[in-house]
Design a protein around this ligand. Structure first.
Ligand code: SF4
Ligand code: SF4
Length: 265
């Protein structure tokens, strides 16, 4: 997701302490795992993620709420408001992906969700590649990312986990990248080209550095898994890595909107 403003604020210490404790518990759990080559490694990693990620989310949400209160933000978001769910979600931690993946597996349409996620990623990568190729020498790479994210957003392709009534179908397991994104403006400025209007007041909440660094240390413990950070390629990679999901040969990806369809090899 991209945004025009990032809010980085101090927290009251009990809220921050609770978050750091939740992160430390998750880290201790990951550190207790056998080597990644062990047969039951992924099974145990899943159990650790499902055990500790909910506590992490609870503490994370409390921190975000504390920052919003401290900053006196007048948030206009509501649970069934969903224009922002057409952003391409990135920067998802690997333990979040693993917990979310387990949740998705309970769905009858699990395979369709994976395929739709894959389709979404391929589309975004194509846009990013096109933007990067038009970049002038010496340009900042982040600018290509921002333009690609905006172009992707304008296609109006909703997240595969968004329900028809506008609610998030994985609300309890939605990643921190979704939990940090807000608006102070009317929801109509979160949609389409109004996103770039001066009336749009989207913003992201950033945690204090000490918490961001603790999360990064947790993720680094899983570096060997080589899971991409993004939500959608990450979920595909989780399954590919452990050989649990292979797209049926030649099967078409369900269309999630007006973009090109892609078939898994
Ligand atoms: S960011 Fe915008 S679209 Fe998303 S919930 Fe908030 S007001 Fe609604
Ligand atoms: S995971 Fe949920 S909140 Fe996040 S983009 Fe998808 S539908 Fe929206």
């Amino acid at each position: 997701m991209n945004s025009s403003e990032v809010v980085d604020s101090g927290l009251n210490s009990p809220t921050l302490e609770a978050l750091l404790t939740a992160i430390a518990r998750l880290k201790t759990g990951i550190e207790s795992l056998p080597p990644q080559e062990a047969v039951d490694y992924y099974h145990l990693l899943t159990a650790i993620s499902v055990r500790f990620v909910p506590d992490l989310y609870e503490a994370y949400d409390a921190c975000v709420a504390s920052i919003l209160a401290t900053e006196k933000k007048k948030v206009t978001c509501s649970r069934s408001c969903s224009a922002c769910c057409s952003h391409y979600v990135s920067s998802v931690e690997p333990f979040e992906l693993i917990a979310l993946d387990l949740h998705l597996k309970k769905r009858e349409n699990y395979a369709d969700l994976i395929l739709a996620s894959y389709n979404r990623t391929v589309t975004y990568e194509k846009i990013l590649k096109a933007e990067a190729s038009e970049e002038k020498p010496g340009a900042v790479a982040e600018e290509a990312d921002d333009r690609a994210l905006y172009r992707y957003f304008l296609r109006g392709r909703s997240c595969p986990y968004l329900e028809k009534d506008g609610s998030c179908g994985v609300y309890e397991w939605r990643p921190m990248a979704c939990r940090m994104f807000f608006a102070e403006s009317s929801p109509r400025f979160c949609a389409g080209k109004a996103l770039a209007s001066p009336w749009n007041r989207n913003f992201q909440v950033e945690l204090p550095d000490v918490a961001e660094q603790a999360l990064a240390r947790c993720s680094r413990l899983l570096e060997g898994l080589e899971l991409p950070e993004e939500l959608f390629p990450g979920i595909v990679a989780v399954n590919g890595l452990f050989g649990r999901y292979e797209g049926p040969p030649g099967r078409e990806v369900p269309s999630d909107s007006n973009g090109p369809e892609v078939s898994l090899p």
